[in-house]
Design a protein. Structure first.
Length: 413
């Protein structure tokens, strides 16, 4: 079914696609799970025409509920005949999916998801409005108010393109200064984030302050690590309970992405994006404008902050392409990324599993001596971030990092 193997993603879609109804065949290629969620390149073929598009099927937060996701996908399959027939033979892929349905916590069974997908006044209507840019009268009024407010404070959009380019040019000096002081290969996308932050419009800054994230760690040349952070995680933004950091599998390659760590009862670790700008963009809807002294003004400021970020989005996309060519994930070695309690997985050659009745320390030591550091790396990281690592385990973990040439990570233990 897939041109690019991702067993976890393919197992979710097994029995769902390919699918045929009303003369249309729907299939999926390049099925994968990435920081945004479960994605697939869907292709719909009809005798008269066809269409193909990369779409999000399930957003990342919902993947933590695999049973509910499977129920949703079964409900989606049950809804497909009607969804396809409504298109009168024109297979528009983007109107056959609706990840917003999973946002309704009341839905749990396949039949409930099917009915929600077929409800023309429900989430599908919202999804189509977003796809095609349809706006309600209230939205149009809000847009008019924003444009009036914006015109008093900011140059026209075409001038902002020039301002964005100048901001990137100015940020390169700060980027170069950081690169000369750190034993890490910094990503080109960091230049774009520095431009976003350093040249943030004055009228958008209050919205950023409401978000509560402050530059720290790597951005100030400090590589301190908290006990609950794996050595690969280099903190960049700190919001108290929430931290964002770049995740380096190897210091001499560009980072594999941006990780997020949340403390507290609802805590966890997850991939927040491929670049810092992507990660921040995903957080902007969470800016608590209702807590501001003037919620209406705060909403305008948040929108301006989003517009400034969007102005830099193309430059961020180019920087990301540049970085991915230098990322260890795309190196010739066919290594595996194994998950663990430390979060973000660990990229290493070899098997990271151990028999349940094995002496893991002794087994990891023996494998390390044989030139196989994967188990020592994976198991040692988990012990480290949970505070249960003995001096012997830390010694093994340091040796595993050094065996892979990751000396800057070894020095953080």
């Amino acid at each position: 079914m897939s041109e690019v193997a991702d067993p976890a993603a393919e197992s979710l879609l097994a029995g769902v696609l390919p699918f045929s109804a009303a003369g249309v065949t729907l299939c999926a290629t390049q099925v994968r799970i990435d920081p945004s969620g479960l994605r697939a390149r869907l292709r719909a073929d009809h005798a008269a025409c066809s269409s193909e598009m990369d779409v999000l099927l399930v957003a990342a937060p919902h993947l933590e509920e695999p049973g509910r996701v499977r129920a949703f996908l079964r409900g989606w399959r049950d809804a497909l005949p009607e969804l396809i027939s409504r298109q009168d033979g024109f297979p528009a892929v983007e109107e056959l999916v609706c990840p917003l349905v999973l946002d309704d916590d009341r839905l749990a069974r396949p039949a409930e998801f099917r009915d929600a997908l077929l409800d023309e006044t429900g989430p599908m209507a919202t999804w189509r409005a977003w796809l095609w840019g349809e706006a309600s009268a209230a939205d149009e009024a809000a847009n008019a108010r924003y444009e009036e407010w914006r015109a008093e404070r900011w140059p026209p959009a075409d001038e902002m393109e020039f301002e964005a380019g100048a901001a990137v040019h100015r940020a390169r000096g700060a980027f170069t200064a950081l690169q000369t002081t750190l034993e890490l290969r910094l990503p080109e996308s960091l230049v774009i984030f520095l431009a976003f932050f350093r040249d943030m419009p004055e009228d958008a800054a209050p919205a950023w302050r409401l978000l509560g994230l402050q530059p720290c760690g790597l951005l100030s040349g400090e590589l301190v690590r908290s006990p609950e952070e794996p050595p690969e995680f280099f903190r960049v933004l700190d919001g108290g309970a929430l931290r964002l950091g770049l995740v380096w599998d190897h210091p001499q390659h560009t980072p594999s992405g941006v990780g997020a760590i949340r403390q507290g009862p609802d805590g966890g670790r997850w991939w927040a994006g491929r670049t810092l700008l992507e990660a921040v963009h995903s957080l902007l809807p969470q800016v608590p404008v209702e807590e501001a002294f003037s919620p209406v003004e705060a909403a305008m400021q948040r929108r301006m902050l989003t517009e400034w970020l969007d102005t830099l989005a193309l430059a961020d996309h180019h920087a990301r392409s540049h970085d991915e060519a230098r990322c260890l994930e795309l190196a010739p070695q066919r290594w595996c990324r194994a998950s663990g309690r430390a979060g973000f997985g660990v990229l290493a050659p070899g098997d990271t599993t151990a028999p349940t009745d094995a002496d893991v320390v002794e087994l990891a030591r023996r494998q390390l001596q044989q030139g196989e550091p994967a188990l020592a790396l994976m198991w040692g990281r988990d012990q480290l971030v949970t505070g249960t690592a003995t001096p012997e385990v830390k010694e093994l973990l340091v040796a595993a990092y050094r065996a892979l040439g990751r000396h800057a990570l070894a020095d953080r233990i």
